[in-house]
Design a protein around this ligand. Sequence first.
Ligand code: ADP
Length: 450
Amino acid sequence: MRAPEPLLQMALRVEQDIFLVRQRGREVAAAVGLEHQDQVRVATALSEVARDLLRIVDGADVTFLAVEESDARYALRIDLAPVRPLPDDGYQPQSGAVGRLVDTLAVSRDGGDTVVRMSRRVPATAPELPAARLAELRAELGRSAPASALDELATQNGQLIAALDEVRSHRDELAVLNAELEETNRGVMALYTQLSEELEETNRGVVALYAELDEKSAQLRAASESKSRFLANVSHELRAPVTAIIGLGRLLTDSASDPLTDAQSEQVELIRSSAADLLSLVNDLLDLAKAESGRIEPDWAEVDLRALFGQLRGTLRALATGSAVELVVEEPPAPAVLRSDEVLLAQVLRNLLHNGLKFTEQGEVRMRAEREGDRWRISVSDTGVGIAPELHERIFEEFYQVPGTSRPGGTGLGLPYARRLVTLLDGTLELTSEPGQGSTFTVVLPAGEA
Ligand code: ADP
């Protein structure tokens, strides 16, 4: 590439020229768009190299150029051509701190001549330097008269003071930042300590809560176990004497025994029926205790709902005859087979049908079964007294009977027992009912693979 036209040329021969070179260097740097800091850097590097050359080879010719770089940006290049050949031991201006002030600084060969060359790139933010602008700069620099060495010294002093100020303000800023950082650190540490204390506190609370919960559930388990054990023992112990009373009553009224007076036989009959009620209570209690203690193991097998329904229809029909209530057991849709325990399921359904008949004055009690996806829904609905919504859960509690509805022979144990059994069969027992609108109890059971 053709060497660009110099922006300015000057001779370095005597001591004062060093100041001049420095001053003009700064001017050219400013003219091509270098920032203030860079102008000072270039001027300083230039005056240092100039001092060296004056000492080693009695001076140089200094040329300032704006050279275009590969990326269309410019760099300020300064060539110092020594007036005498440089000594052989090699002058290396770039070796000291001066080298760091500019982008490049080296002794280089330009054709046959040796020059000391330095350059500094003009930042991308600087205005562009088209040829016309460069010509303008050349003219301006040619016109401006160099100031005296004293002026340059004053400028240099000013720059030094400004640089010192800047360093000081940086140091102050740093001190402020450090203080802020320390403050923030203290704040973060305090927050951290507070948070970990709170966390620890919360953890302790949670641990205590869990311990309490464990203790309570252990107590609950123990209470439930002792209740089952008590029920089982008491019922068992009661069964024998109650059975004996019933037997003795039968003996007393037997035709082979001595005849009793009417009043006596009435009283014996009363004893017998009370004992029979007691026996049914004892039996119910025993069943429930057995179911609760987990001693009932379902005997899983294929259950044919049609057969089971037929059997229940037969045994319960007698209960409904003569009353104003019709018992309807619908035929389940075929194939009505599921995996369950036939005996337990029959117990549950019998219990529900019994209740339906017990609490219905007129109308009907209807049992039907329907398949719904992978489950069977067996419902027993009646047109009886119905149950208020707030009692829907209570009637599944042991001994609970809706006030005013108790019937002779009722124990309040049938529904809790039924629900237990349904749970054992992996199903649920649901209720929908409104007072005066009748009730529907629904047993939902998995169909199983059958
Ligand atoms: P029991 O029938 O021996 O009293 P259950 O546990 O079977 O005991 O029922 C508890 C209570 O739930 C009954 O006393 C009754 O008040 C109410 N109940 C049960 N089934 C029905 C029903 N089909 N219609 C109205 N009330 C019912």
